[in-house]
Design a protein around this ligand. Structure first.
Ligand code: GDP
Ligand code: MG
Length: 597
């Protein structure tokens, strides 16, 4: 145990966590020449393509320091604000953290929020000044910023470059010397914390855990405390680049477990594993519950795929404990699921993973946050509104409350004006403004969550020319004026297109939605009226004019194979479309409300 170190890497997005992790693996000889490729730990295709880390990953390295051999368990974490849940779980499994700060960008919003998470968990922080090879690096200034933030000595900050490998030796030394070994008692009954799980179609569910007390041996009969289920530890091992089976995983170490678990819901991230015969009395506390921020419907394009979609989502949920879903039905789309996501990026990723990993074609509906509504009849009983159709009729509605967040934005002083007007435009109220340095300002706002989950992040980037970083935390519910804007296509209300909108913006947004839908819905053989309505009142109207010619008409009598090709092309284009009544609605139309600016 004296020779184990569990640590994670935390940083603002793009400050170089994954790259530095690669260098640590190289330096400790944890990867062979053949296995080498960039951003080794980002092994989901999607992660590589987008250049972001979505899942946390654990990997074990061995390193000899002063003649003694150490086991280093590295947990790489994602940096995007949507995935802070993954970060908090990883942090709970560690004693120390490398805090990476980009020497050109300095401290950003998530540097601070992740640091707070680490400090709450009593982690030893090793500050790393990364990317010092960059011509635009400001090593002295940024070191000062770090010293101010942590209250540490300048000598504790390790200059490094994930690109050239500079400083990697110093980082490994610091991990061994500054991070304490795991505590824990080997003689106590087994107590291990599940901090991740992966679905493997061939081997069932793989559970990733950290042993807190006692040890786990191959073949041992174990129990998952939250579910009460018992299993045999058929295979246990450590996580190298591939899995390495072992006979025992000792106190303080990190490992994987395979025990023939097939059902996704049997494994709960945050649960405690113990010995079935002599169980521990204490479950491990301290896991934050995931709170979805954004809700949307996910429906199969083909209604027959509903059951398959359910199975796919269950498997995905196992790998991503932050996804929640319940069955729902829509008059327009049939059976599907109301899903809760951490944010819009998370929602996109789930949709893409369903398509890539499970071969499902799905439609996601207009997203919204979760509101509380009260009726005049029962003004003390809140109704949770996760779906526009759950909002009580305006005539019966007493009041609505919406979630607010405290937003923290760090930007350059030049952009304070534009950032402020954006926040005010989004119904925000400024609560604090602090100059961190003469050039860098921290702004705090109270702002409705609904205004920031959709396009806020993109707009912030635009108004600040990329020099703003952003983080948020919930601060509870406040009164709101909310209405449901319905959309009628061809005089038929399409429930999946309804959106919950602040009353002051409803007319404006209703009008823009009609215009946008007119652009997005393909023309058909007949005129399609598009109307926006609040209750029975039509607030806007557009018309999609009928197509003048049948696309296949000109092929009549001509080459039959050409006609078939055309039809096939149309079919392909149809992939992400749903037929509602006699109108075909493409996926983008369901997101139209988000793209109105
Ligand atoms: P993460 O989001 O924190 O995991 O960041 P990545 O490791 O994915 O790195 C973000 C970008 O910065 C990538 O384009 C890397 O190639 C680049 N990068 C990372 N470390 C360094 C470094 O030390 N020097 C330079 N010049 N670029 C780096
Ligand atoms: Mg990364």
């Amino acid at each position: 145990m004296k020779h184990i170190r569990n640590f994670c890497i935390i940083a603002h997005i793009d400050h170089g966590k994954s790259t530095l992790a690669d260098r640590l693996l190289d330096y400790t000889g944890s990867v062979t020449e053949r296995e080498k490729q960039d951003q080794l730990l980002d092994n989901m295709d999607l992660e590589r393509e987008r250049g972001i880390t979505i899942k946390s990953h654990a990997i074990q390295m061995e390193y000899v320091h002063n003649g003694e051999s150490y086991i280093l368990n590295l947990i790489d974490t994602p940096g995007h604000v949507d995935f802070s849940y993954e970060v908090s779980r990883s942090i709970a499994a560690c004693e120390g953290a490398l805090l990476i700060v980009d020497a050109a960008q300095s401290i950003q919003a998530q540097t601070i929020s992740n640091l707070y998470l680490a400090l709450e968990n009593d982690l030893e922080i090793i500050p790393v000044l990364n990317k010092i090879d960059l011509p635009s690096a400001n090593p002295e200034e940024v070191t000062d910023d770090i010293v101010d933030l942590l209250g540490c000595d300048p000598e504790e900050v390790i200059p490094a470059s994930g690109k050239t490998g500079l400083g990697v030796d110093k980082i490994l030394e610091a991990i061994i010397e500054r991070i304490p070994p795991p505590k824990g008692n080997p003689d106590e009954p087994l107590q291990a914390m599940i901090f991740d799980s992966v679905y493997n179609p061939f081997r069932g569910i793989e559970v990733i855990f950290r042993v807190v007390n006692g040890e786990i041996t191959k073949g041992q009969k174990i129990k998952f405390m939250a579910t009460g289920k018992e299993y045999y530890a058929d295979e246990i091992g450590t996580l190298k680049l591939t899995q390495l089976p072992k006979n025992v995983i000792k106190t303080g170490d990190v490992g994987y477990l395979i025990s023939g678990i097939k059902e996704a819901k049997e494994v709960k991230v945050g649960d405690t594993i113990t010995d079935a015969k002599t169980p521990t009395k204490n479950m491990i506390a301290g896991f934050e519950n995931v709170k979805p921020m954004v809700f949307a419907g996910i429906y199969p394009v083909d209604t027959e795929d509903y059951e398959e979609l359910r199975t796919s989502m269950e498997k995905l949920q196992l790998n991503d404990a932050s996804l929640v879903f319940t069955p729902e039905s829509s008059a327009a789309l049939g059976f599907g699921f109301r899903c809760g996501f951490l944010g819009m990026l998370h929602m996109e990723i789930i949709q893409e993973r369903l398509e890539r990993e499970f071969d499902m074609t799905v439609i996601t509906t207009v997203p919204n946050v979760s509101y509380l509504a009260y009726t005049k009849k029962e003004p003390d009983t809140p109704i949770v509104v996760n779906n526009p159709s759950d909002l009580p009729d305006p005539s019966k509605l007493d009041r609505v409350e919406e979630p607010y967040i405290k937003a923290t934005i760090i930007t350059k002083s030049d952009f304070v004006g534009p950032v402020m007007s954006l926040c005010i435009d989004k119904r925000g109220q400024i609560t604090n403004q602090t100059y961190l340095t003469p050039e860098r300002v921290e702004l705090s706002f109270d702002i409705p969550l609904a205004e920031i989950v959709f396009d806020f992040y993109d707009r912030l980037k635009t108004v600040s020319k990329g020099y703003a970083s952003f983080d948020y935390s919930p601060i509870g519910l406040r009164a709101s004026k909310l209405v449901k804007v319905d959309i009628l296509l061809n005089n038929q209300s399409v429930d999946a297109l309804s959106a919950l909108i602040h009353a002051d913006n409803a007319y404006n947004i209703g009008k823009k939605m009609c215009e946008k839908l007119k652009e997005l819905i393909p023309r058909q053989q007949f005129d399609i009226p598009i109307q926006a309505a609040i209750g029975a009142k039509i607030i806007s109207r557009e018309t999609i004019k009928a197509l003048r010619k049948d696309v296949t008409a000109k092929c009549y009598g001509g080459d039959i194979s050409r006609k078939r090709k055309l039809l096939e092309k149309q079919k392909k284009g149809k992939k992400r479309m749903r037929q509602v009544g006699n109108v075909e609605i493409p996926q983008q139309a369901f997101m139209a409300v988000l793209k109105l600016n």
